[in-house]
Design a protein around this ligand. Structure first.
Ligand code: ADP
Ligand code: ZN
Ligand code: ZN
Length: 732
């Protein structure tokens, strides 16, 4: 009896065995319908089949239906998903289903839906067309049908309508039939179209280098400031790839999927471009997916989840703004689309291009290690003037809504000139330090030179490095002031506080909370372009999308929050934000200004960034991380647990920690922090705790974790908490 090992979309890291009918074999990657639980049916994916099971064969239930003859995954995607389930310690069923369009998860056929067309019946061919005099539209419709069949989806483009056709049908003159859509090969009619820019030397070098490695794996960092012509390089690389009859995957951050970006790709190529944007419905999404899989689409552009698109003959992967945090999925299966894209490119033996003006430290580290090669674009095309930068010292200033009088004054000026203003808050992964507003003193752990994090709920300061804690002081030990404040403020509070200050200026807040609804981001952005909002409040995610010609003033409000955060990544995020926004302010012939508010204008990081630039900053930051043995020099795995009583979560994590330490694979290089409260210690009525595991060897850490996670359900507290595991976390 053949046995199928089936992955199901359930939170269990295992497969389930079912019997296949005698003589039936099912390939790995095909879907089946199986019984599950009490009188339930589920769609599952066959991971493997054989003739053995750990259970007696007589206990196994039979597969109800085999849904596919051929796997729904391409071999490269399949390999990537199996690898990723292990690497991220995430249930295989969840991973495999995540990579499928919704309709396929539901068991719908993995083939294009048949198309319907209208045709004239024999009666309709024979009848005297003048007998339809009373209905002009029906007359037109029948005349057209006699010329040839009409696709139903094209009726809207004709001079008659569906009602006329239905009228004819009632008379028996026409009817509908369906046909499988024909697969058209874009390669047949493909020619290079349109005029193109003459590449400058650096661009041509980059395109040439990538082209000369087109037939094998190679990873490239395309490092170029905003406006230096990275997109032109992508387009030229794609020309070469399409000319060879191969396809291309272009990934952009959430905010990068703007009409302008899409238009540039569509204009350049007379080949089908599929765009996976959030407004697609389920069948449109499936259709795009199928077109990529059967080779009908030449180019697919999309955000994070476009990574799972199957291709018939993929020739290159481009990841624009590779440093962008939207490539990391932050719930459920927490994969990093950039890292997986590099894995996929390796498995498909094709080039992958990571483009950015502010490369992630991980990526720069990989360049140094010789894993990626760097291509530099140092010149800016066009003649945008650099923005004027102002550093405002906040010490002792009277603040309103976190804004200094000087900033409020400038905002008024820019608004009166009918321009727009953006205020940035770097709120994500935010953990406030305690700061003296009068002298700038910051509460610091005496043991490890690490900033204390203020835990307001518990009224204490905590070091997230050595886990020591102390009560919140009443007075500044340096100047005696009692004006001690947490650094920074959330976007929501800022919006509220701003309204009374600028009652006449419409405000728009763009962050993950306001844009979580489908299509909301696009709406907000369109509104800003129309000039509907005068003041924009944004987080990091807005840095990329901001090419608004009327924005002339950009202010970064909580520089201190980034410089003195317990999250070691916040300095990097701040440097990226600053570099991205100052590279964009003042484009269309208008002088731009960038304002930084800080209590510490002399901070070395700030000085390096302002006067030497991002590259120099990145070198310093990497050196500092090496000293502290932080990623990318080491690997992290974070395990977070939540409870209702603030007791079960730390208990569970302590038990888990003991288990991890007892692992036979744990050596003295394994470093564990915690259980400590998460940087956001309470959310949605739940207390959040975490432990962080660190090891210089990614592989060793992976083995320790897999060995231990197999036992996690044996821990008594595991049933009383909600826990998640985050490999290579980017916050917390
Ligand atoms: P990036 O993607 O790095 O921001 P783009 O490719 O969008 O840069 O280029 C910025 C601007 O410069 C665009 O308007 C583009 O048309 C123009 N540009 C790019 N390369 C060239 C070139 N070789 N010659 C002239 N203009 C160019
Ligand atoms: Zn002080
Ligand atoms: Zn400490």
């Amino acid at each position: 009896m053949p046995v199928a090992h089936v992955a199901l979309p359930v939170p269990l890291a295992r497969t389930f065995d079912y019997l296949l009918p005698e003589g039936v074999s099912v390939k790995a990657g095909c879907r089946v319908r199986v019984p599950f639980g009490k009188q339930q049916e589920r769609v599952g994916v066959v991971v493997a089949s054989g003739d053995k099971s750990e259970l007696p064969l007589s206990d196994l239930k039979p597969v109800i239906e085999v849904l596919d003859d051929e796997p729904v995954y391409t071999p490269a995607v399949w390999r990537m998903l199996l690898w990723a389930a292990e690497y991220y310690h995430h249930p295989i069923g969840d991973v495999l289903f995540h990579a499928l369009p919704i309709l396929l998860r539901q068991g719908k056929p993995a083939s294009a839906a048949p198309l319907w067309y209208w045709f004239a019946t024999e009666q309709g061919q024979a009848v005297d067309i003048n007998s339809l005099k009373r209905s002009h539209k029906q007359q037109q419709a029948l005349a057209a049908l006699r010329q040839g069949n009409i696709w139903r989806h094209q009726v809207a483009e004709l001079e008659f309508n569906e009602a006329a056709l239905q009228g004819l049908r009632k008379k028996g003159y026409c009817d509908m039939a369906s046909a499988a859509p024909a697969i058209t090969d874009w390669r047949d009619g493909y020619t290079l179209s349109g005029e193109r820019l003459r590449l400058n030397t650096e661009q041509a070098t980059a395109v040439g280098a990538i082209h000369s490695h087109a037939d094998s794996f190679s990873a490239w960092l395309l490092d170029g400031v905003t406006g230096s012509g990275k997109t032109e390089v992508y387009l030229s690389v794609l020309e070469n790839v399409l000319a060879q009859g191969k396809q291309a995957l272009v990934m952009v951050p959430e905010i990068g999927l703007t009409p302008q970006t899409i238009a540039r790709f569509r204009e350049r190529f007379n080949a089908p471009v599929e765009v996976l944007h959030s407004a697609l419905n389920d069948s449109e999404r499936l259709s795009a997916w199928l077109k990529a899989k059967n080779g009908e689409a030449a180019i697919v552009i999309g955000t994070r989840s476009a990574l799972f698109t199957p291709f018939n003959n993929l020739g290159v992967i481009v990841i624009d703004e590779e440093h962008d945090s939207s490539y990391k999925q932050q719930e459920g299966w927490r994969y990093h689309a950039r890292d997986l894209a590099v894995w996929r490119a390796h498995s498909e033996q094709i080039p992958v291009i990571l483009g950015s003006a502010t490369p992630a430290l991980e990526t720069l580290h990989n360049v140094r290690q010789g894993k990626y090669r760097k291509l530099k674009l140092s010149k800016r095309a066009g003649n945008a003037r650099p923005a004027v930068q102002h550093v405002l010292d906040l010490k002792g200033q009277q603040l309103q809504a976190g804004l200094s009088p000087a900033l409020i004054h400038r905002m008024r000026q820019h608004l009166q000139a009918d321009n727009q203003v953006i205020l940035f808050l770097n709120r994500r992964g935010f953990a406030p330090a305690l700061l003296c507003h009068d002298c700038g003193w910051i509460a610091e752990c005496p043991r490890c030179d690490h900033y204390y994090t203020l835990h307001q709920a518990q009224r204490h300061l905590r070091c997230h490095h050595c886990d020591s804690q102390r009560p919140v002081p009443r007075q500044c030990p340096s100047c005696g002031s009692t004006h001690l404040v947490p650094v920074g403020l959330g976007t929501e509070q800022l919006e509220e506080a701003l309204r009374p200050l600028f009652p006449e200026a419409p405000i728009s807040r763009i962050d993950r909370d306001t844009t979580s609804r489908k299509g909301a981001l696009e709406q907000y952005l369109a509104d800003v372009h129309r000039g509907g909002a005068r003041i924009l409040i944004g987080t990091q995610m807005l840095a990329k999308g901001h090419h608004f010609p009327d924005v002339t003033l950009v202010a970064l409000l909580d520089v201190d929050g980034a410089l003195f955060s317990a999250d070691f990544r916040s300095a990097e995020r701040f440097a990226q934000l600053y570099t991205q926004v100052s590279g964009r302010a003042g484009r269309a012939g208008k002088q731009g200004e960038v304002v930084l508010q800080t209590h510490h204008p002399e901070h070395p990081l700030l000085q390096t960034l302002l006067y030497k630039g991002y590259d120099e900053f990145a070198q310093q930051a990497l050196a500092e991380r090496q000293t502290l043995q932080l990623p990318p020099w080491t690997s992290h795995v974070l395990i977070r647990a939540e409870d209702h009583d603030n007791q079960q979560a730390p208990l569970f994590l302590q038990q888990l920690r003991n288990l991890l330490q007892a692992s036979p694979l744990a050596d003295d290089k394994l470093w564990l922090l915690g259980p400590v409260p998460a940087l956001a210690p309470k959310r949605g009525g739940r207390w959040r705790w975490q432990i962080v595991l660190q090891h210089p060897s990614r592989l060793r850490l992976q083995h320790v974790v897999s060995g231990t996670m197999a036992l996690v359900n044996t821990l008594p507290a595991s049933r009383k908490v909600k826990w998640v595991l985050d490999v290579d976390p980017i916050e917390g």
